[in-house]
Design a protein around this ligand. Structure first.
Ligand SMILES: NC(=O)c1ccc[n+]([C@@H]2O[C@H](COP(=O)([O-])OP(=O)(O)OC[C@H]3O[C@@H](n4cnc5c(N)ncnc54)[C@H](O)[C@@H]3O)[C@@H](O)[C@H]2O)c1
Length: 292
């Protein structure tokens, strides 16, 4: 079953097409659905495998960098529904994930950058050496050096695997993987989905989380400055002001976090590998977003 490129394919209709194809081929529970593609295909194929006959085998072959470092591992499956991203989904880890870095040679540069942003996030969560590599080898990585990219993928999978193993259903510890994401989701929603790639929005979100952390005396200034400089060197936009109304962004963050009590639960960093989830007053987040 082929699906058209883009988030629109992560839909109930695509899932139905896949499930119908499985039925036509009389697949049984011990048969296998194989998803070959970016994060959209991985989420979609995994969702179908999780519900077909209450769960058949699943092999994921991620072909975008973002899917290799993030979407293929961790067992979160989804389709978008009723205008909401990832509204319907399950937790269902792939039986196998097969990564062939050669697939990246055809990936558009913007998609490469989108994946590298998640790689920077993963390094911040748990791999200082990876962060140093992402800094040192920036030119080569942006030139799509497959050997280096494979190293990045391997290291990211180790970090994410560690976090997910500890907290498969996101009861607590897994929240650290959302560093920068509350800001990012708000920006994507406020700017209109598609305007910013997910990785670009995550890079912006990480910069905002680090700045806010500095304001709250959680994040040491040198750490924030070092990471923002790295994000800048990759060409991501990091300034707080990106043309979106800060009040609108706060509204979107509130909706993302489903909180109404004037505060937000945000992921902040004290340093590499030292990430905390903290409740922050909306007024302070607003100040930080209005500050340049
Ligand atoms: N389940 C999870 O834990 C998880 C984590 C992160 C992201 N996601 C999901 O992943 C999706 C984003 O993934 P994505 O960034 O890979 O987007 P995507 O799947 O839309 O792929 C991006 C683009 O790259 C193209 N592409 C993929 N591989 C290619 C290749 N080798 N050569 C040329 N083009 C290629 C795709 O056709 C698409 O146009 C979102 O839906 C997001 O919600 C899921």
């Amino acid at each position: 079953v082929e699906v058209a490129p883009g988030e629109g394919s992560k839909s109930w209709e695509s899932a139905r097409d896949i499930l119908e194809a499985a039925l036509e081929r009389t697949l049984a529970r011990d048969d296998t659905i194989v998803g070959v593609g970016g994060g959209v295909v991985c989420d979609l194929a995994a969702f179908c495998a999780s519900v077909y006959m209450r769960g058949c085998n699943l092999i994921l072959v991620p072909t975008s960098l973002l899917a290799m470092v993030d979407a293929s591992l961790g067992g979160k499956t989804a389709v978008n529904f009723g205008g909401f991203k990832n509204l319907v989904g399950t937790f269902y880890p792939a039986t196998e994930i097969r990564v062939w870095s050669g697939a990246l040679s055809s990936l558009p540069e913007r998609e490469l950058l989108s994946g590298l942003s998640e790689a920077i996030k993963t390094a911040l969560i748990g791999d200082p050496e990876l962060l140093a590599l992402l800094d040192r080898e920036r030119r080569q990585l942006l030139a799509c050096d497959l050997t280096l990219l494979e190293t990045v993928v391997r290291r990211c999978l180790v970090v994410k695997g560690r976090v997910v193993e500890e907290d498969f259903r996101e009861g607590g510890a897994r929240a650290v993987l959302n560093l920068g994401h509350t800001f990012a989701h708000a920006l994507e929603a406020a700017a209109g989905f598609g305007e910013w790639s997910h990785g670009e929005a995550v890079a912006w979100g990480m910069a905002q989380a680090l700045r806010l952390g500095t304001r709250l005396a959680v994040t040491p200034r040198e750490h924030a400055e070092r990471v923002v400089a790295l994000l800048d060197s990759y060409g991501y936009r990091t300034a707080a002001s990106v043309g979106a109304d800060p009040r609108r962004l706060i509204g979107a963050m509130r909706a993302d976090k489903k909180r109404r009590d004037g505060s937000l639960r945000l992921v902040l960093q004290r340093g590499i590998g030292d990430t905390v989830v903290q409740v922050v007053e909306e007024a302070i987040v607003l100040e930080s977003l209005q500050d340049g």
